[in-house]
Design a protein around this ligand. Structure first.
Ligand code: HEC
Length: 118
């Protein structure tokens, strides 16, 4: 009895961790969804991919896996800042909205993602 309670408690804990982790990043998807691609074909393409494939636009089956687009966005966000970390505060919603700075950081990163291609 005691053991199964313990098992339940650790399971709940692990699930909690999982949820926190998953909740941490969907900001990228949400911001790109809401982003105005203007007449930028590349950005529009990314938007369409995110709409169709959702998280799969940038990730493999495991969220720790990034596909080509995911990797590019990661590099673009990071710039030349080796110590770059995902900024939970920046990507937190206030009044149901992402801050201008958060939206700008994604918009800039999307631009940078494609800038190197040409
Ligand atoms: C437009 C691209 C894009 C989309 C769409 C996207 N992600 Fe991500 N995600 C990334 C990138 C890039 C990283 C790498 C870390 C970073 O740069 O913040 C990442 C990291 C993560 C991580 C952390 C794992 C790690 O290796 O750092 C989780 C968890 C995650 N994403 C979950 C999701 C979920 C869930 C969705 C769908 C709701 C989603 N992502 C949609 C680009 C994306």
């Amino acid at each position: 009895m005691k053991n199964s309670l313990l098992a339940l408690a650790s399971l709940a804990f692990l699930l909690g961790l999982f949820v926190v982790d998953v909740n941490a990043r969907p900001a990228y998807k949400a911001i790109i969804d809401a982003m105005d691609a203007g007449d930028d074909e590349n950005a529009a393409g990314l938007k369409a991919a995110v709409k169709e494939k959702k998280c799969g636009a940038c990730h493999g089956k495991k969220k720790s896996m990034r596909n080509e687009a995911g990797m590019k966005l990661h590099v673009a966000l990071k710039g030349d800042n080796e110590d770059w970390k995902y900024d939970k505060e920046l990507y937190k919603k206030a009044d149901g909205k992402y801050s201008d700075a958060a939206v700008k950081s994604i918009a800039d990163a999307v631009k940078a993602m494609f800038a190197e291609e040409e």
